[in-house]
Design a protein around this ligand. Structure first.
Ligand code: AMP
Length: 307
């Protein structure tokens, strides 16, 4: 009974208006695991890394209950490397380099000890790899959540459409939802995406929060207005980790509970952006998370009397 996270574990080089780092730990599965580990244990990690991935980063994740049996280590290989530069608004970025390295040969093998997975998060990877993971699950997890990006819509649309038929929740940002559906209205986009397979669609709008759609039901979670956004890298994966962590802890996949899960995802993402890479996620404690969730409640809490 547990949560499984599939995605990249990487080195990133990042440039924001606030500074620059040449080599910091990153990757979708890294961020998601750090966020989820606040809520649930064990986390069954599936990824591929090179011999260059720091041992102490693995140890830190293991101490948080993250299992590495499903992480392939290519001793003489190099870990995935991604580099990006953010514009002044911090909502847009340019990818400066994508060096797949060991990720090019990623052929995930799901260990037997992972077969009791109840909740599966498929981070942004080629749709074929995401499908390969689903096909290896002997028992279908209770909830399969998938993240993807424009890139796969442009070069692997058929593969993406095939995997969408197998999942329950799609997490995308607003431009990706529009591209996938061909609809400008996010309400229409979410309905069209639901016809493609996933019965729940989460559309992230960066600093403008996130929407959860299910049939004609809609829920909106704001993003916390922060004085400073230092580095948005990994915010989407951190959001996913918080969402999945809460779902795995409560084992409740109702729309009602997903509302709470996206508030928790938003709270975790608000920490992620406060420092470079996963640094802030590595230092926060339970009391920080509780205080942040209280801030969210306060943000949207009001009395109304119209008579
Ligand atoms: P996000 O800011 O949520 O889009 O996630 C950024 C993280 O995703 C970085 O840490 C990167 O290492 C990782 N990443 C970027 N591009 C890819 C890709 N094509 N495949 C897998 N992971 C990626």
């Amino acid at each position: 009974m547990s949560l499984m996270i599939v995605g990249s574990m990487a080195f990133d080089a990042l440039e924001t208006p606030f500074g620059k780092v040449d080599r910091i730990i990153g990757g979708s599965a890294t961020y998601a695991a750090w966020a989820a580990s606040n809520f649930t244990k064990p986390i069954k990690q599936v990824s591929i890394i090179g011999g260059d991935f720091p041992e102490d980063e693995i140890k830190k994740l293991e101490a948080r209950g993250v299992q590495f049996e499903g992480v392939e280590v290519v001793k003489d290989g190099k870990s995935f490397f991604w580099s990006g530069r953010y514009h002044m608004d911090m909502n847009t970025r340019d990818t400066l380099a994508t060096e797949l390295n060991v990720l090019e040969q990623f052929n995930p093998q799901i260990p037997d000890s992972y077969q009791d997975t109840e909740f599966l998060f498929l981070g942004n990877l080629t749709p074929d790899v995401q499908m390969q993971v689903i096909n290896q699950m002997k028992n279908r997890p209770k909830l399969i959540v998938l993240d993807t990006m424009n890139f796969w819509m442009e070069i692997a649309l058929d593969g993406l459409k095939a995997v969408l038929k197998k999942i329950d929740v799609l997490m995308v940002n607003d431009s990706e939802a529009r591209e996938l559906s061909g609809e400008y209205s996010l309400v229409k986009a979410a309905l069209k995406i639901q016809e493609m397979g996933p019965k729940y669609v989460i559309i992230k709008k960066g600093e403008h929060g996130a929407l959860l759609f299910h049939g004609t039901h809609v829920f909106f979670a704001p993003a916390l207005p922060l004085e400073e956004v230092f580095d948005p890298t990994g915010a989407g994966d951190t959001f996913a980790g918080g969402f999945m962590g809460h779902i795995a802890r409560t084992k409740d996949i109702s729309f009602q509970n997903m509302k709470t899960a996206i508030i928790i995802g938003s709270a975790m993402a608000s920490f992620c952006v406060e420092k470079f890479g996963p640094n802030r996620l590595q230092e926060i404690e339970r009391k920080d998370i509780e205080a942040r969730i209280d801030e969210f409640i306060e943000l949207v809490n009001f009395d109304i009397d119209i008579v």
